[in-house]
Design a protein around this ligand. Structure first.
Ligand code: UD1
Ligand code: MG
Length: 451
C-alpha cells in the first residue's frame, strides 16, 4: 500500500509575533516541521507534500534541507484546512493509495499513533485521530455513535450539548487519496468562520455510505504551538521526555532539569552528565564517559571512558577517542584526539590531529586561521607540547617530540626532537630593589604637588 503524507503548514501563526513561519520555530533544535516529518517517516511514505503559505520560501528552503524528496505546494490564501489539503490535489494526480494528513505545528505526534491510524483503515474508509481533552476549549468535537464517527462539530458551530463532549479532533486523518479528493470538492464554506473545513469530510463520507471511525491518542501528542509561551512549554515537555528516556537507558543525569538535549542526542549507558551541560545537534557519546559541569557540545563524538570539562566546549568535528581528557576552558573543533591524549587546561585545538597518549600543555593554541584560509596541525603520538605553545599551522610535530613552554612552532618538528624558541633570559643582580626605590621616589614627587 502506498502512502502520501500531506502536512499542513500554511498558517500564519499570528500569535507567535514572528518573521519566522510558525512551523520553523525549533524545539530541541529541530523545527516543528522537522518533528512532524520525522513522525511521518514511520509510515514509509512514497510521497510527502508540505502545504506552505506564510513564509513559503523559508519553508521550502527548510524542507529541502530535511528531505530533498519532499514536495512543497503553495496555498496562496488561507481559506481553511480543507482548502489547504486541496492544494495537494495536482501534485497527487494519479497517485493511488492512502493520504495521511498531519499538521506541521504538532511536534509531539508519536509514530505509533500514525501506525494505529493506518491500521484502523482496515475497518473504515476514513479514520480521524481524536483525543480526550482535559480542557476541550475551542477544539472541534467528535460526535461518536458507538465505534462510528458521525460528525465533527467546530466549537464555533457547536451547540451546548456538543460543547460538553470532551473527545476532540486532533486534525489528523487517513483516507484513500482518490476518495478524499472527491469528497474535498464537495466541501463548502457555509459555517461560522466562512472557511473550508476539513472536518466536513466526515459527514460527506457518511452521506456516501462510507464507514468513518476515530482512533484515540494521548492529549500530549496533539499539543499544538500557537504562541511563544506554548513554544517554551513544548520545549520543556520535550526536554523532560528526552531526559527520562536517557535515564531509562542507564545514563546518569546529576541534575536532569539543568541538562538541555537536542532532538538527536545519543548517550551511552553508564555515562555521567554533571549539571548544566548543553547539547547542540549531532552529538554521540559512548558508554562510560564523564561530561562535567557547564560544558557545551555540538557535532562531536566522545568515546568510552573520555572525560570532558568542566567548562569544555566541543564543536563540530571534535572526535575524542577512548580515555581522552579534555579539561576546563578547552575548545576543540574539527580535530581528532587519539586514545589517552590529554588537553587539560585553557587550550584551543582546531583543524588538528593529536596522537595517542600525547599531552597538550596549558594554554596551547593551534593557530589555524590566517585570516583567509584554515590550516591543519598534526601532532604525533606520545608528544609533549609545553605550556603556552603556539602552533602556527600548517605544521607537524612528530612522535615522541617535545616543545618547550612558550615556544612558537613555525616549522615541522621531527620525531623525538625538542623545539624551543624563547628569548634567552638574563638576570641582573640587585636590580629589582633599585628599580622599586626609583619608582617610589618618582610617585612621591608627583603626589607632593597635588597636596
Ligand atoms: C483545526 C480543526 C479542529 C481541531 C483543531 C486541532 C478544522 C476546521 N478544525 O482547528 O477541529 O480540533 O484543528 O488543533 O479543521 N492551515 C493551513 N491552511 C489553512 C488553514 C489552516 O495550512 O488555510 C494549517 C495551519 O497552519 C495549522 C493547521 O492547518 O497547522 C490547523 O489550522 P488551525 O487554523 O490551527 O485550525 P483550528 O482552528 O485550530
Ligand atoms: Mg489550531
Amino acid at each position: 500500500m502506498s502512502t502520501a503524507l500531506i502536512i499542513l503548514a500554511a498558517g500564519k501563526g499570528t500569535r507567535m509575533n514572528s518573521d519566522l513561519p510558525k512551523v520553523l520555530h525549533p524545539i530541541a533544535q529541530a523545527s516543528m516541521l522537522e518533528h512532524a516529518m520525522s513522525a511521518g517517516r514511520a509510515l514509509n511514505p512514497d510521497r510527502t507534500i508540505i502545504v506552505a503559505g506564510h513564509g513559503a520560501d523559508a519553508v521550502r528552503a527548510a524542507v529541502a534541507e530535511i528531505d530533498e524528496t519532499a514536495e512543497v505546494v503553495l496555498q496562496e490564501e488561507q481559506k481553511g484546512t480543507a482548502h489547504a489539503v486541496d492544494q495537494a490535489r495536482a501534485a497527487l494526480d494519479g497517485f493511488e493509495g492512502d493520504a495521511v494528513i498531519l499538521y506541521g505545528d504538532t511536534p509531539f505526534l508519536q509514530s505509533e499513533t500514525l501506525e494505529h491510524m493506518v491500521a484502523a483503515r482496515a475497518q473504515a474508509d476514513l479514520v480521524v485521530l481524536g483525543f480526550d481533552a482535559a480542557d476541550p476549549g475551542r477544539y472541534g468535537r467528535l460526535v461518536m455513535q458507538g465505534d462510528s464517527l458521525e460528525k465533527i462539530v467546530e466549537f464555533k458551530d457547536a451547540n451546548e450539548s456538543q460543547r460538553a463532549i470532551t473527545f476532540c479532533n486532533s486534525g489528523l486523518m487517513a483516507c484513500d487519496a482518490t476518495v478524499m479528493f472527491d469528497l474535498l470538492s464537495k466541501v463548502s464554506n457555509e459555517n461560522a468562520s466562512g472557511e473550508y473545513y476539513l472536518t466536513d469530510l466526515v459527514e460527506l463520507a457518511r452521506g456516501e455510505g462510507l464507514a468513518v471511525t476515530a482512533v484515540s491518542c494521548d492529549e500530549s501528542e496533539t499539543l499544538g504551538v500557537n504562541s511563544r509561551a506554548d513554544l517554551a512549554q513544548a520545549e520543556q515537555v520535550f526536554q523532560q521526555r528526552a531526559r527520562a528516556d536517557l535515564q531509562e537507558m542507564g545514563v546518569t543525569l546529576m541534575a536532569p532539569e539543568t541538562v538541555f538535549l537536542a532532538y538527536d542526542t545519543v548517550i551511552g549507558r553508564d555515562t555521567v552528565i554533571e549539571p548544566n551541560v548543553v547539547f547542540g545537534t549531532d552529538v554521540t557519546i559512548e558508554s562510560g564517559a564523564l561530561i562535567r559541569a557547564f560544558s557545551h557540545l555540538e557535532g562531536c563524538h566522545v568515546s568510552r571512558g573520555a572525560k570532558v570539562g568542566p567548562y569544555a566546549r566541543l564543536r563540530p568535528g571534535a572526535e575524542l577517542a577512548e580515555d581522552t581528557h579534555i579539561g576546563n576552558f578547552v575548545e576543540i573543533k574539527n580535530a581528532e584526539i587519539a586514545a589517552g591524549a590529554k588537553v587539560n587546561h585553557l587550550s584551543y585545538i582546531g583543524d588538528a590531529s593529536v596522537g595517542e597518549a600525547t599531552n597538550i600543555g596549558a594554554g596551547t593554541i593551534t593557530c589555524n586561521y590566517d585570516g583567509v584560509m584554515k590550516h591543519r596541525t598534526e601532532i604525533g603520538p606520545r608528544a609533549f607540547i609545553g605550556s603556552n605553545t603556539l602552533l602556527i599551522a600548517p605544521v607537524k610535530v612528530g612522535r615522541d617530540a617535545m616543545t618547550a613552554s612558550g615556544t612558537v612552532v613555525t616549522k615541522d618538528v621531527e620525531a623525538e626532537d625538542l623545539a624551543i624558541s624563547r628569548v634567552p633570559q638574563t638576570n641582573k643582580a640587585g636590580r629589582a630593589g633599585k628599580l622599586m626605590d626609583m619608582l617610589r621616589a618618582k610617585k612621591a614627587r608627583l603626589t607632593k604637588g597635588t597636596k
